[in-house]
Design a protein around this ligand. Structure first.
Ligand code: GLN
Length: 546
């Protein structure tokens, strides 16, 4: 029998519900259980693929090509759950399925309604998210309880609980205890009200996880317990972490969440939650004294969530290299005005993916400066495309070299629209998405980093390297180190006479985990650390784990 945990949130958004859900998954895995992870998002877009990172943060891409919410990134980084298109549903996806069925005639004769048709479709989606062999399925409901748009989801999980045994389902509610500086008090009223909202629909939370700035006193916890009808021991503190978000799982275990879940769901209670490897990692991080600094030259630098997985992957590589990775966010548009002064003193430059014209000039300038000054460089997706354009302009002397994304009539489309995109007119879910194989050329930096010649990475792009320029680019020194064999499509470019210069068409950041850093990020941070140790001059990495 699969057990289900539903995670809801109250009071405000951005409480870290995704991270907390992922931590719950991880804790259960550390008790030897197999988990699945799922997110239900109340907005009407069918997926977040068509939203701007300003709206929604990064779009996280799964192996099967699904474009999903960035919380799925937390799930993959913290757990071993296998995620696919059944792992993220939105209102739009649910409604389009129901409407398609209605048009097919599946409901002939009946009025199609939110209850039961939409709620039934949500319950089907919850069941579809459970992979074979899973012990516990964790489903996070996006948004905040009390929102109009999340109502059908909350109603569906209430019905879901009604249809299975009492100890097969539990509800975890994440809330905020605001601290009022003026009166020096923590307030429980918003929590009471948000639990009230849940109970109005018929859901009694089993666990309250309280986000707080200040310690949760026993007195306060008793008050919350009484007013919210949740047992005292199930009122759990999740205090703002001082050092790293990686502390969240052990904090929850210290508060007894693992035992409470096991007891409530009738799971083996005697099992130990073994977080030792994880805790050792955090201890090592605390002892780290060295630092290196990476400039991320991007379009959406104002928003931390826009490049979430990249910042995470840099941190993972820092753990592997025993160094703190400081990140300097440089707005690409500013680079076009102020130039290299903005990367003064950094040990590496990373240019992330992106869409559209804004910031591209600045990215290309930053790449030129990194190339010429032997500064470690890592380009991802648009970053790789910009590296190719920069090389064509400044080394091949084709000043008009451009990507067709910015100028469809350019005389030198070194990056062009993929021929696969010729007849694609719709924007949703139509890019080259998800996992594709890549063959690495022996003896290249890419081959050294991965330690193998066959890799598979995730993609999200419409434009690509134009093979019509390949011979010339290669002759001038832009090495092709990885190709997608079926179409001989260039996926990785690098430079020979440079300590570390690599551009990849795919998104390696989606496959990095705290204890399994991605080999390119690992190598990039090793190169940056060598640069830092060398007093800010090009240095040779002493070691690369890859
Ligand atoms: N805009 C580019 C393309 O569509 C790059 C996409 C990206 O960086 N994710 O090919």
């Amino acid at each position: 029998m699969v057990k289900h945990i539903f995670v809801t949130g109250g009071v405000v958004s951005s409480l870290g519900k995704g991270l907390t859900s992922a931590a719950v998954g991880m804790i259960l895995e550390c008790r030897g259980l197999k988990v699945s992870m799922q997110k239900l998002d109340p907005y009407i877009n069918v997926d977040p693929g068509t939203m701007s990172p300003y709206q929604h943060g990064e779009v996280y891409v799964l192996e099967d090509g699904s474009e999903t919410d960035l919380d799925l990134g937390h799930y993959e980084r913290y757990t071993n759950a296998r995620l696919d298109r059944f792992s993220n549903y939105t209102t739009g996806k649910i409604y389009s399925e129901v409407i398609a069925r209605e048009r097919r005639g599946d409901y002939l004769g009946s009025t199609v309604q939110v209850i039961p048709h939409i709620t039934d479709a949500i319950k089907d989606a919850i069941r579809a998210g459970v992979a074979p062999g899973v012990d516990v399925a964790i489903t996070e409901i996006g948004g905040t309880v009390g929102d109009i748009e999340s109502l059908p989801f909350i109603e569906a999980i209430r019905q879901f609980a009604l249809e299975v045994a009492h100890d097969d389902v539990m509800f975890v509610h994440l809330t905020l205890l605001p601290y009022l500086r003026a009166s020096g008090e923590m307030k429980t009223k918003p929590t009471q009200q948000s639990v009230g909202k849940l109970r109005e629909i018929g859901i009694q939370p089993d666990v309250l996880i309280c986000r707080t700035e200040q310690p949760l006193t026993d007195e306060m916890a008793k008050k919350i317990s009484l007013f919210c009808n949740v047992r005292r021991e199930a009122v759990i503190e999740e205090r703002d972490v001082e050092f790293s978000i990686y502390e969240v799982p052990s904090m929850l275990v210290k508060a007894g969440l693992d035992k409470i879940i096991a007891r409530r769901l009738g799971l083996p209670a005697e099992a130990e939650t073994d977080l030792s490897r994880w805790n050792r990692m955090i201890d090592d991080m605390r002892r780290t004294t060295e630092t290196c600094e990476i400039a991320v030259v991007g379009k959406y630098t104002a928003l931390h969530d826009a490049y979430k997985s990249i910042y995470e992957a840099l941190a993972h590589a820092g753990i592997a290299n025993n160094t703190k990775v400081k990140i300097r966010k440089v707005k690409a548009e500013d680079y076009a005005i102020h130039g290299a002064a903005l990367i003064e003193g950094v040990d590496g430059v990373l240019v992330p993916g992106g869409f559209g014209e804004r910031g591209v000039d600045g990215k290309i300038m930053a790449i030129k400066d990194a190339r010429e000054s032997q500064l470690p460089f890592f380009g991802i997706c648009l970053g790789m495309q910009c590296a190719t354009i920069e090389f064509a302009r400044n080394v091949l002397h084709l000043p008009e070299a451009e990507t067709e994304e910015l100028d469809p009539a350019t005389p030198h489309p070194v990056i062009h629209l993929s021929p696969e995109q010729d007849n694609v007119h719709e924007k949703g879910g139509t890019m080259r998405l998800g996992g594709y194989d890549c063959a690495l050329a022996p003896g290249t930096l890419a081959h050294r980093l991965y330690g193998t010649t066959h890799i598979r990475e995730r993609h999200r792009h419409r434009f690509e390297y134009n093979n019509a320029y390949r011979a010339r680019l290669e002759a001038a020194g832009l090495v092709t180190s990885g190709v997608f064999p079926r179409r001989d499509l260039v996926e990785i470019v690098e430079l020979k006479n440079h300590p570390f210069f690599i551009g990849v068409q795919f998104h390696p950041e989606f496959k990095s985990k705290p204890l399994q850093p991605h080999p390119i990020f690992d190598g990039f941070v090793a190169a940056a650390l060598a640069h830092a140790r060398n007093g800010g001059r090009a240095g040779k990495p002493e070691r690369s784990r890859a």
